[in-house]
Design a protein around this ligand. Structure first.
Ligand SMILES: C[S@@+](CC[C@H](N)C(=O)[O-])C[C@H]1O[C@@H](n2cnc3c(N)ncnc32)[C@H](O)[C@@H]1O
Length: 237
């Protein structure tokens, strides 16, 4: 895959702020056929250190509410300010399960490598997230997942470095289709495997971050053959 937008970004900055598989490449693939417009308000949900928020602001000129639970708003504000993006990206420290936003406020929810932590309850979408969107607003998710659900018999390669809690967050396209298909508030447009699994993971495994180092060991043991990245596109009814 040719990531024409992502490759313009400073490699060292990206490596220093990655928290998993290359999030801006994942986002570039997610938005391949989606045109966000500058007057849109977008939540970047579980934005981590804000790489995807920066990409959304720079590439599409949208207003981004960079929302995260593990990274403080001040840390992200300092990063956005260092890039002169503080007027376009609003850092928010919040739990996705208790969002501080008005219903109907957003044109889009985008979430890369985080929805699987908090979105596995079949009530989550309708009780909270979907309501924040305007009618026809879009939900665009990229999540690490599995080619097939293997929870009945987890392969040994996956248990060497990851615990049951990690493994429990990963599911197949079919599992997500069934879960999100229960929603009364959204229409699923597409759920499919992404193309960028190898490249996005390779970029992450090159990082000297302690999590990347343990993920590297798991991948070297062969865990990657069961895994994928999943693209989900839905819209608010
Ligand atoms: C693996 S990191 C990915 C960060 C970023 N999206 C990226 O790809 O670089 C997962 C992120 O999900 C966020 N997250 C997990 N549970 C959350 C919750 N309940 N509410 C908000 N964010 C959450 C964490 O704060 C963390 O930054």
């Amino acid at each position: 895959m040719e990531y024409t937008k992502s490759k313009k970004y400073d490699k060292k900055f990206i490596m220093n702020n990655m928290m998993g598989p290359n999030s801006i490449k994942m986002l570039e693939e997610l938005l391949w056929d989606i045109q966000l417009k500058p007057d849109m308000r977008v939540i970047d949900l579980g934005c981590g250190k804000g790489l995807t928020s920066i990409f959304l602001a720079k590439e599409f000129g949208v207003q981004v509410f960079a929302t995260d639970l593990w990274i403080t708003a001040t840390e992200n504000y300092n990063r956005f300010q260092s890039l002169n993006l503080e007027n376009q990206i609003i850092p928010i420290y919040a739990n996705a399960l208790e969002m501080p936003y008005a219903n109907g406020f957003f044109d889009a929810v985008i979430s890369v490598d985080s929805y699987h932590y908090f979105g596995r309850d079949d009530q989550y979408m309708d009780a909270g997230l979907a309501l924040l969107l305007k009618k026809d607003g879009i939900i665009v998710l990229a999540i690490p997942g599995l080619k097939e659900d293997i929870h009945d018999s987890v392969p040994e390669e996956m248990t060497l470095y990851w615990d049951a809690e990690d493994i429990d967050t990963w599911h197949s396209c079919q599992w997500w289709r069934e879960l999100l298909g229960k929603s009364q508030e959204i229409e699923i447009e597409s759920i499919k495997e992404m193309q960028g699994f190898e490249e996005c993971w390779s970029d992450w495994l090159l990082c000297e971050n302690e999590y990347a180092i343990s993920d590297r060991a798991a991948m070297e043991a062969g865990a990657g053959k069961y895994m994928n990245l999943i693209f989900i596109l839905a819209s608010r009814k």
